[in-house]
Design a protein around this ligand. Structure first.
Ligand SMILES: [Fe+2]
Length: 338
């Protein structure tokens, strides 16, 4: 379930005076009505989905053309995916020289923890971004916005202002994980295919800016769906391109079906089975912005079949209804499974 409506995070969010969108998914982030947000000087709406469960939440922000948002730093971690427009973000702290990163639609980055940052729209159209944070966790522990937004502490173990921090190429830190500060375009990474996920699914795990919350880039090939799996709360998925649907269920008869397109955000609750299904004619590309904390403390093994003790449904383990629904959805569009 979502965070309690009287939790410190919820009370803070409700007092910020911007719309709050709830549910299991948002059909189109680009069409969510935004209102002025005094704190950051732009327009915003909070997206507090059921699957955030006090570990993560999202925010959609707009920067008017030619304007800068207010500078901020904070003790929660944030991943920023650029939905539209072009601009730049300046980062500074008491350590090292300031850095500026230019971005445009499809860029992804994460301000290092508690580092000052300020976003500027350098284009002549509104710029929009999706931010996914672990703010609920931090607010529910410390309960004090002044502490969260005004603490002077430099996490030098994470950031020392080096010139290559955002501009560098990053590096692979294990066979599936890239570590770095800035992804210029999430549609153009190299992706790694692993047999466990099912043919037609490729992924690249991301460790951004020394933060503990993780992300991954994934694509689902035409005519395929990812093997159903389950894991911790707080993973927010945003569709970058392609069409299809996500299924999320604890009880199959009460399943949630989120038809998706560019701009759809969805968030499977802790332990719910879910799968990503491509029913279009182009590859589905999506970004997952995940939590770091292991929800209830359970260890999920989301790439191991359930009969081997894991938390994934191999093709011979899943309910035939999953595949039947997929084939029906494809047939309605005159398509066949790959
Ligand atoms: Fe997942």
């Amino acid at each position: 379930m979502a965070d309690r409506l009287d939790s410190p995070f919820e009370l803070w969010a409700q007092a910020e005076g911007v719309p709050i969108i709830r549910g299991h998914f948002v059909t189109n982030a680009y069409e969510v009505p935004l209102k002025p947000w005094m704190r950051n000087g732009g327009l915003a709406a909070f997206v507090i989905l059921e699957g955030g469960e006090g570990f993560g939440s999202a925010c959609i922000c707009e920067i008017p053309p030619g304007r800068s948002l207010n500078p901020e730093k904070h003790l929660f971690e944030e991943r920023i995916y650029i939905l539209q427009g072009q601009g730049e973000t300046r980062f500074w702290s008491r350590v090292g020289a300031p850095q500026t990163v230019a971005w445009q639609e499809h860029a992804l980055f994460s301000p290092p923890l508690n580092i000052w940052h300020q976003h500027t729209n350098t284009g002549d159209q509104p710029a929009k971004y999706l931010a996914v944070t672990n703010a609920p966790l931090i607010f529910n522990i410390y309960r004090n916005p002044d502490f969260i937004f005004s603490t002077d502490f430099d996490f030098e173990d994470r950031y020392r202002g080096g010139p290559d921090y955002f501009g560098g190429a990053g590096k692979m830190v294990d066979s599936l994980t890239w570590a770095g500060g800035f992804v210029p375009d999430v549609r153009k990474p190299f992706l790694l295919s692993t047999a466990e996920y099912g043919s037609g699914y490729e992924v690249l795990q991301l460790a951004l800016s020394g933060n503990t919350t993780r992300a991954h880039l994934a694509q689902v090939e035409v005519g395929t769906y990812k093997k159903p799996h389950r894991h911790h709360a707080g993973a927010h998925l945003i569709i970058v391109e392609g069409t299809g649907y996500a299924l999320m269920w604890q009880d199959w008869d009460k399943r949630i079906k989120a038809d998706f397109q560019k701009g759809t955000i969805y968030c499977p609750p802790e332990g719910w089975w879910h799968t990503h299904c491509n029913t279009g004619t182009q590859v589905v590309k999506q970004v997952a912005l995940k939590s770091a904390i292991r929800g209830t403390g359970k260890i999920y093994r989301s790439t191991l079949g359930v009969t081997k003790g894991g938390d994934m449904l191999d093709r011979d383990e899943e309910d035939p209804a999953v595949r039947r629904l997929f084939e029906e959805e494809l047939a309605r569009k005159g398509l066949k499974p790959a």
